[in-house]
Design a protein around this ligand. Structure first.
Ligand code: CA
Length: 651
């Protein structure tokens, strides 16, 4: 054995002799092969349990000054080692992360002195890789104009994704803000709606024999780089693309600037034969580090939010008192006061309102626009989050008045300049003990770990669309079966959901019509993970919603210790379990036109509970049923009706 080990080490230590580098995950299930082709173009391939997941996929990039790392390079590799990282992590799907991966750096060198490293971490279901760029001779700064990084899926693969929107369109020219409808299992060559490709994360059903799934994403994106996306299929590849120059009203560069030596964000590839590795992945948090410490941990919690159903007209003192009283009645921590509070309530009366809320044990979350000079937002407060001088003054006012959480809305896209703004807001807020939610924003990329006071983001067609359009109500169940496999698999999702009004207006008597059952709505409180939940409940729900629904909404947690994918298929149905303490919550929703039956194996959850509390919708969706059932043989059968849902409590 000893002899074999020493031969292995010798082989790895003699890189010049290797034609290519093979990086195997700890169990050997996932294998990345790195090499350069005859022209010296760096590439990699991915295999999972012997099956091709990605064919020859290029690596490399071009700098704006013409220095090119896409050809004429030879490969050298470091010795492979194993990394194990175990840490507690609040605000995500698991309270403890255990990361075990093979780590290796492959270095590509040109005869002219060009040098580019690619750092790899290969776990049993997840790959993370990033570029390590050393100083190039005297050069200590670079602009990365374009990446060659791409993904080559086998023929017959299908894509599930949301398109990147045109820049500077939509409400007050605020897009892109990751608020687009999904395409589901489309052929690879289907052009994206706007012609700008797709935003992360992107799900692929891999072509070939049997099932294989891949989720592409990126993590560790901060003010040192831009956010990226996938371009449209070019006939063989999906390539990494940078923001569009027109984003952020044209301010700031599309190409990121980087100090040398430097590193790019991690790009990640999650692979499984089932969807469990996708739903349960922790790769976004496993390869990044906290950027700063906070004096107090973030405050998870539940809250009420008048704006969703009562809209702008509710941003007045008296209506906010009603939602504070509702929060107090529900035992909630927060009330979210949305746009126009500075104009319609005013700062002096807001100080009184905050005092009133605190007398009821409720914290006030205040809304801000991020802008600024990058969109036409007039909803105020504006111009308080866009520069450090005004921002810090505002943070002090917030702290002095007892506000500990803000929601900042309407950002300007994915440029490095905008990533820097997110980071600056978080960093300043942390100094004043304030937690931050983002709306109208980009996808958070590892931010729960990087920023200890980051408590959620929208970056989805969230609950406001139920109010805005009947079309979205008609698709609500369909969208709910996609988030667990996509958006919410990689980051907190502040959806603002659980609507118990039948009609999406203040009087519960007009506006768009909810198509889903009450149990469906309860299920989304578990399905959509975010540490701070601002639910779409209204005071009338205390008397017109089922008593059982209100009881459940008082009790449901917003923090989770563990997660299990049980069953489902994107766009059809999903059954997943989250654990809080010793109790499992199994949430299920069905977007198909037929009922679905799923057997839940309690052994897979590690529980031997012999009774379950079950909330389900009747098939006409008119009634919420609560039952206590005996669990027989360690298995529980769930039946979920079309547009319905269920939540099962096990402990
Ligand atoms: Ca929005």
């Amino acid at each position: 054995m000893k002899k074999i080990t020493s031969i292995l080490v010798m082989t790895l230590a003699a890189p010049a002799l290797l034609a290519s580098t093979r990086i195997s995950s700890p169990s050997g299930s996932l294998v990345v092969t790195v090499d350069a082709d005859a022209d010296g173009t760096p590439y990699y391939t991915v295999d999972y349990r012997g099956r091709e997941i990605l064919g020859r996929s290029p690596l490399g990039f071009r700098m704006a000054d013409g220095m090119d790392f896409t050809y004429g390079l030879g490969l050298e590799s470091s010795v492979a080692d194993t990394v194990r990282r175990s840490f507690g992590q609040d605000r995500i799907k698991r309270s403890r992360v255990d990361w075990h991966a093979t780590h290796q750096t492959t270095t590509f060198k040109g005869a002219d002195g060009r040098e580019m490293g690619v750092e790899w971490e290969v776990a049993d279901n997840d790959i993370a890789f990033r570029y390590i760029i050393p100083a190039q001779g005297e050069k200590r700064a670079a602009v990365i104009e374009r990446e060659n990084t791409a993904f080559c899926f086998p023929e017959g693969s299908k894509i599930t994704a949301t398109p990147q929107s045109d820049p500077m369109i939509g409400w007050k020219r605020t897009k892109p803000s990751y608020e687009e409808f999904h395409i589901v299992e489309a052929p690879l060559d289907q052009k994206s709606q706007y012609g700008h490709g797709f935003t992360f994360p992107v799900l692929f059903n891999v072509g070939g024999e049997g099932d294989a799934w891949v989720l592409l994403n990126e993590t560790g994106v901060d003010g040192y780089y831009c956010g990226s996306r996938l371009g449209d299929f070019d006939g063989s590849l999906f390539s990494i693309e940078y923001p569009m120059p027109e984003e952020n009203n044209g301010n700031g560069t599309a190409a990121p600037g980087i100090a040398l030596p430097g590193k790019t964000p991690w790009r990640t590839i999650t692979v499984g034969e089932t969807l469990a590795p996708v739903v349960e992945t922790v790769v976004p948090w496993s390869v990044v580090e906290p950027r700063y410490e906070v004096a107090e941990p973030a405050r998870p919690g539940k809250g009420t939010w008048s704006w969703l159903l009562w809209q702008d007209g509710s941003i007045n003192y008296d209506d906010q008192v009603k939602f504070i009283d509702l929060a107090a009645e529900m035992g909630y921590d927060n009330v979210l006061v949305d746009n126009w509070w500075d104009r319609n309530i005013g700062r002096d009366r807001m100080a009184d309102l905050i005092k009133y809320a605190r007398s009821k044990g409720v914290n006030v979350i205040l809304w801000y626009s991020s802008s600024g000079h990058w969109n036409d937002i007039e909803q105020s407060p504006v111009n308080h989050m866009d520069r450090p001088v005004v921002r810090k003054k505002e943070m002090k006012w917030l702290r002095d008045n007892g506000v500990r959480n803000i929601k900042v809305d309407f950002f300007g896209g994915d440029k490095q300049e905008t990533m820097r703004l997110y980071e600056d807001i978080l960093s300043d807020a942390a100094d004043y003990g304030i937690d931050v939610i983002f709306h109208g924003c980009t996808l958070p990329r590892g931010w729960e770990r990087m920023y200890p006071n980051f408590v959620g983001a929208e970056a989805a067609l969230a609950s406001e669309n139920l109010v805005f359009s009947q079309d979205f109500c008609d698709l609500e169940a369909n969208q709910a079966t996609l988030y667990p496999f996509m958006r919410n698999a990689v980051a907190s999702l502040e959806f603002g959901g659980t609507v118990l009004n039948r009609r999406l207006n203040k009087g519960n008597d007009g506006g768009s019509l909810r198509r889903t059952g009450d149990a469906f709505q309860l299920a989304t409180a578990v399905l959509y993970q975010n540490p701070v939940q601002n639910f779409a409940l209204a005071p009338n729900n205390l008397t017109d919603a089922p008593v059982e629904a209100i009881e459940f909404m008082k009790e449901v947690p917003t923090t989770w210790d563990d997660i299990r994918f049980i069953d489902g298929y994107p766009g059809r149905y999903v059954v997943m379990a989250r654990r809080h303490g010793s109790r499992w919550y199994v949430a299920a929703v069905n977007a198909m036109s037929e009922p679905v039956e799923v057997m839940v194996d309690l052994a897979a959850l590690g529980t031997s509970a012999d009774r379950a509390v079950l909330y389900t919708d009747t098939s006409d969706l008119q009634k919420l049923e609560k039952k206590v059932v005996k669990v027989k043989g360690g298995k529980l059968k769930l039946k979920i009706v079309p547009n319905g849902g269920s939540v099962t409590l096990l402990n």
